[in-house]
Structure formats: structure tokens, C-alpha cells
Ligand binder design. Structure first.
Ligand code: ZN
Length: 307
């Protein structure tokens, strides 16, 4: 497997690894242990790359259970994750899903990456048996000389967790502050979190800015440069957005979706009072995508236009 996962030291003993634009993995090296935050989709030799950075015992924590954060868990012995995400997002090792996602990212970026999907996106090792350990709000990990504390930030998923590092005063936000914070579920779905709850959770995290953290790195570098923090305005803007949605102070606009053929559509209650989300996947998607490109003036396949 390719060991060529790029990485950069973003602060002393603190690294961002780029999984070929699929996602970011962070490694925080303490005096005794090193923490790994998320594992990406499982493209190339993540474990080997981490071992280039540190030989300390590893503590793996997951911000949430989405495939592009848990795809390489099988190369680790154990992982900490909120129990609120357990069983809600399918098998972590799912080959089809991992290949599909990496393929989509490659198609979207149009870049050539130094990996071969057939070789570098492979099934977990045969003896893989990573042990789940529940992660709790307020749980603190002493890595030696630096303490990393978990904080619940439900929204993107019910079990989304963010991490605050005492040494660098960086907030590692996973996908809790992304363009798709309210991703994909409606009341009745076990993955559903209301806009109210999501906004309040983010507000509680943001209230610690300047007290416990100064900079935020989220789990993808689509909206920031690789190695650079998220712009200071993004989180207050996302909180304001949630507040406006709750108060009714908004206008519905349809914008291109994150994935090919999946423009976002307004959701609402149908004639029987049941929630529905108009699904534009499949047959209609090509025609619809054309319309969206024309209206928005941007290619719908580029998820960067969603924000
Ligand atoms: Zn996610």
C-alpha cells in the first residue's frame, strides 16, 4: 500500500494527514502516548504513515461513525467513539462504500493521486478485530504533557464528538462544523438531530473559544487550506444559521449537493403530515443537475459550492 499520505506539522507535535482529499486525520504526540483523531476512508497505509511520525502507543478516537472517518479502524486494536453513533452508519470496513467515496472525491477534484484504488483500498487485515470503547462527554486523555478532552457536539451525527487539546489550544471538530452539519435525516430517523439541538451544541463549543481553544480544524480541508485552520467566521456563521432556521428567519434556496446527482432539495411534510425528503438520486439526477448548473452558474459536482 502506498505510504505516501501527505502530512504537515500544524503545531508542535501535532500533524494533519491528508487522505488524498477524502478526509483529514490528526496525530497529537504527547510525552507518553500519541492520539489519532479519525482514520479516513482507508486509502493507502495510514498506520505506516503514523508510525513514521511516532512510535508511541496510540489512542484512537473517532469524531463520528461516517465511513470517511472510520474506514481504516481495522488496522488499530481499539477505538473510542460515542455510543450514540453505534450501528447507525453501516459496517466500517465496507469496501464498496469506501471505494465509491474515494472514487467520487477523485472525480470531483480531477487530480491524479499517487495511489491505485485496486491496491490501496483493500479489505481490512484478516485478523482485524478493533475493540469499541465508549467515548463520553468530558472524557480527558492524558498523553503526557498535553490533555485532550472530548466534548459532545451532536448534529452532523447524534454521537459527533469534538476534541480540545490543552497544548496547542486547537479544537478538532470532525464534521461538526462543515457544510453539511444537518446532513441527511429527518424526525423518526435514529440519526436525526434537530436544528435546535445542533445549534445549541455548537454554541456551547464556541463559548469555549478564547478560553480553551483558539483555532479550529475540521475533518476535511475542502473549506480551508491543508494545514491551515478554518476561518474564524465559519462557526459563528453556522450557529447563526441554525438560529435563523429555528426562528423562521430564512428563505429556502436550492443549491448543488455534495455528491454527484444529489442536489439538495427543500424538505417538508407531505399531504398526510409525514416527513419526506424529495429524493433526486437516480433517473432524474442528470436532467436536474443540468438545471442546477445553469441556475447556480457552477458545476453541481463541486461540493465546495454548497456552503
Ligand atoms: Zn461525516
Amino acid at each position: 500500500m502506498t505510504p505516501k499520505l501527505p502530512y504537515v506539522e500544524i503545531a508542535p507535535n501535532t500533524y494533519e494527514l491528508d487522505e488524498f482529499d477524502c478526509g483529514s486525520v490528526f496525530v497529537l504526540v504527547g510525552e507518553e502516548k500519541a492520539m489519532v483523531i479519525d482514520t479516513g476512508t482507508g486509502v493507502g497505509d495510514l498506520y505506516g504513515t503514523i508510525r513514521e511520525i511516532t512510535d508511541k502507543p496510540l489512542v484512537l478516537v473517532l469524531t463520528h461513525a461516517h465511513m470517511d472517518h472510520v474506514g481504516a479502524v481495522g488496522w488499530f486494536d481499539e477505538y473510542y467513539m460515542s455510543k450514540e453513533d453505534v450501528g447507525k452508519y453501516g459496517e466500517f470496513s465496507n469496501m464498496e462504500g469506501r471505494k465509491g467515496y474515494a472514487g467520487f472525491i477523485a472525480a470531483r477534484s480531477g487530480k491524479k493521486y499517487p495511489y491505485d484504488p485496486d491496491v490501496d483500498i483493500r479489505p481490512w487485515p484478516e485478523n482485524a478485530n478493533p475493540k469499541f470503547i465508549p467515548l463520553f462527554e468530558g472524557q480527558a486523555f492524558d498523553l503526557g504533557g498535553r490533555i485532550v478532552t472530548a466534548m459532545a457536539c451532536p448534529g452532523h451525527t447524534p454521537g459527533s464528538m469534538v476534541f480540545i487539546d490543552s497544548a496547542t489550544r486547537i479544537l478538532f471538530a470532525g464534521d461538526a462544523c462543515n457544510c453539511n452539519i444537518l446532513y441527511g435525516s429527518l424526525p423518526g430517523d435514529p440519526r436525526f438531530i434537530s436544528v435546535e439541538k445542533s445549534g445549541e451544541a455548537m454554541k456551547a463549543v464556541y463559548a469555549l473559544r478564547g478560553k480553551l481553544w483558539d483555532k479550529c480544524y475540521n475533518g476535511h480541508h475542502d473549506f480551508r487550506e491543508f494545514g491551515e485552520p478554518l476561518d474564524d467566521e465559519v462557526m459563528p456563521f453556522a450557529i447563526e444559521l441554525c438560529e435563523n432556521l429555528v426562528s423562521g428567519n430564512y428563505e429556502v434556496k436550492t443549491v448543488p449537493g455534495m455528491f454527484p446527482g444529489s442536489p439538495l432539495t427543500p424538505s417538508g411534510k407531505d399531504k398526510d403530515g409525514l416527513w419526506e425528503r424529495k429524493d433526486l438520486y437516480g433517473k432524474q439526477s442528470e436532467a436536474v443537475q443540468g438545471i442546477f448548473e445553469e441556475e447556480a452558474g457552477v458545476p453541481a459536482r463541486d461540493g465546495r459550492n454548497v456552503l
